[in-house]
Ligand binder design. Sequence first.
Ligand SMILES: [Zn+2]
Length: 241
Amino acid sequence: MLVDDFMKKLFTYLSVTFEYELIREKRTHMMIQVKPDRSVVVTAPLDTKDEKIDAFLQRKLRWILKHRRHFEKFKPEIPKEYISGEIFRYLGQEYQLLVQGATDKECVFLQGDKLVVSSWRPQSSLYTRKLLDAWYGQEGARVFAEQLQLCAMRFKLPHVPKLAIRSMTSRHGSYSPRTKRVCLNLKLIKLDLALIDYIIIHELCHITCHGHNQDFYDLLESYLPDWKRLERNLRDSALSG
Ligand SMILES: [Zn+2]
C-alpha cells in the first residue's frame, strides 16, 4: 500500500466519540472500514476537506456503529498458555496441541488433528512457545515462498519478487515499489491457502497500481473474480493471537 498521508483523528458527534485512522491517497471517493478490532479507517481523496470527512462520517454513523457492535460480540482471544489441549490454527485448519517429552531430537509436526511438540522441556510453556513460534516461522517461509512463486507465474513476471515475512498487528501485507519486495504477515500462516493467495495477489497488483483506485480493483478482479468473497472471509477470520 502506498500511503501519501496517514494520521489518527478524533470524531465526535452528540454522545458518540471514536478515534479513526485517516488515509489520504489518490482516489475518487471516500471509503470507511471497520476492522475486527473495532478500529475505524477512512480513506479519502488527497484534497478532501476535514469538514467533508466529518459530514461523511456523520452520514455513515449508523453503519459504523452497527459494525462496531458486531465486532464487539467477538470476545478477544484468550492468551494462549501453550499447554496440551489448546487449539492452534494452521492453513485454515484447527489442531489440538499435544506437548510430549522428546526422547531423541526435538520437533514439531502435524499428526491427524494434533499439532505435536516433542520437547526436551515439555513442562515449560515458555519453551513450548519458542518451539512453536520457530515452527510457524519455518512453515511461513516455506508456504509463502511457494505461493508467491505460483502467484507470480500468473502475473507473468520476469522475476519472482523478493519476500519478507514479519509479525504485524494490523496489516496483512504490503508491497514496496522501492525495494520491489512483498512483505507478508507471519500470522497469515494460520489462514486458508486461498486467503494467503488473495493477499499475495493483492500485493502483486500493487506492482502496476500503487493506490487502491478503480484500476487497481479492475486488475485484482481480472485475477480473482471472487475477491469480494475472499475479503469477507478474511475479515471474518480476525488474525488475533
Ligand atoms: Zn493494498
